[in-house]
Ligand binder design. Structure first.
Ligand code: F3S
Length: 401
């Protein structure tokens, strides 16, 4: 693999051992995928933030980097951590976990990483431009960056994204190459999704059937950015999908004419398959004691919808309604009065964390209701929780009086 003079200096440890480790990791990764060179990245997004997931070995690694003065060279944001930094006590977490999680965040901060703690970096200041090379971890963010923004990233791990942040480089392979961005399955959508859950399940169903492909959707119409976020999260959680195109909507779709698409595999999805997907991911359960929304983190407009529904309503006694978002969006929602409406109804808007990476299994819940197939995919294994999928408004109806 070709390295520039500066990259060689990094590799040989001339800028310190910490940076050398990061460069060597990227070289190994690049050689594994037969990359011929490195390219400079405009930004990074790092996952592996929750102490629940990385534990003591992860914390020690990060502390080691911070102590060795390893610093990031490009704008770098963080995925959700294991707790809301300000209101962790309200979510039943113990002091020991909070202390360890704070140490993780402190180490990232010392490295120059922004403590954004959200999976929607593109809505809170880390928004690459069309064609930019970036190194993003977190599958729902990666697929959004590639598909909706037209930036170029592979599905990085937390560690490879951090190594790119520190070196400012990523190996040139995979979705960074034009030839790998071409669609190779055409998905004809035979129904008009009527809510966010249906879009999420459409993504999940296609991701499950074509886990390694680049789908080209037609017949979907002009859906909102919020729905594209949800579609991508579904695709990326059921499969390894990192890029999709939507006819007349996503920025690279226009590069593929009917002629380009005529020889690729064709697939049709109707409402029946989507409803079946929702049913397959759902528990048959009627009692509703917890609704968790915000996987991926909710945007301001999604919070507005929830707040509007909750006006004049109350969350049932002893039930929980938690909505997860980024701190920046929380602050905006607070100014606009949405947070007050949620809290007046007895719900909580939580930041810095999410339902999957926070140790919610400690709450003693049996089943949670949510509107996200990604959450339904992970919660049973990560948090030993059963999931019932309902669309957003139905979830809210179930939990309120
Ligand atoms: Fe985001 Fe957590 Fe879901 S990181 S996409 S809210 S699993």
């Amino acid at each position: 693999m070709y390295l520039t003079r500066e990259e060689e200096h990094m590799f040989n440890g001339e800028y310190g051992e910490g940076l050398a480790k990061c460069m060597r990791l990227l070289v190994v990764l690049g050689e594994l995928f037969e990359a011929k060179k490195m390219v400079k990245v405009k930004s990074c997004h790092v996952s592996g933030v929750s102490y629940k997931n990385i534990g003591e070995p992860g914390l020690e690694l990060l502390k080691g980097f911070a102590e060795e003065n390893v610093r990031v060279r490009v704008k770098t944001t963080l995925n959700p951590s294991g707790m809301d930094r300000k209101r962790w006590k309200k979510t039943g977490l113990d002091k020991d976990f909070a202390k360890k999680q704070s140490e993780v965040l402190k180490a990232f901060k010392r490295m120059g990483v922004s403590l954004s703690c959200s999976c929607i970096p593109y809505l809170i200041g880390n928004k690459p431009k069309f064609g930019d090379y970036v190194a993003w971890a977190e599958s729902s963010a990666t697929v959004y960056a590639n598909s909706v923004l037209g930036a170029k990233t592979n599905r990085e791990s937390g560690l490879s994204a951090l190594a790119s942040a520190v070196t400012g480089r990523t190996p040139y392979y995979g979705y960074l190459l034009e030839e790998n961005r071409k669609p190779n399955v055409r998905v004809k959508v035979k129904f008009k999704p009527s809510n966010q859950l249906e879009i999420s399940a459409l993504g999940y169903f296609v991701g499950k059937n074509f886990p390694e492909k680049v789908p080209f959707f037609s017949g979907l119409g002009l859906v909102s950015k919020d729905w594209l976020k949800v579609l991508g999260a579904g695709l990326a959680s059921a499969g390894a999908i990192a890029l999709y195109h939507v006819e007349n909507l996503t920025p690279e779709a226009k590069f593929f004419s009917e002629d380009n698409l005529k020889d690729i595999e064709k697939f049709e999805v109707g409402l029946g398959e989507v409803k079946q997907t929702i049913q397959d991911l759902s528990e048959a359960y009627e009692r509703c004691e917890a609704v968790f929304l915000g996987c991926p983190h909710y945007s301001l407009s999604q919070l507005r919808e929830v707040a509007a529904f909750l006006r004049g309503k109350k969350v049932k006694p002893k039930a929980r309604l938690w909505i997860f978002t980024s701190r920046l969006i929380y602050e905006k929602a607070k100014k606009l009065g949405y947070v007050r409406l949620v809290e007046k109804a007895g719900g909580l808007v939580l930041c810095d964390t999410c339902m999957v990476v926070s140790p919610l299994e400690r709450l003693g819940l049996e089943v949670v209701y949510t509107d996200s197939c990604k959450a339904a995919h992970y919660l049973p294994s990560t948090n030993r929780l059963k999931v019932k999928l309902e669309n957003t408004l139905e979830c809210l109806r179930r939990i309120t009086v």
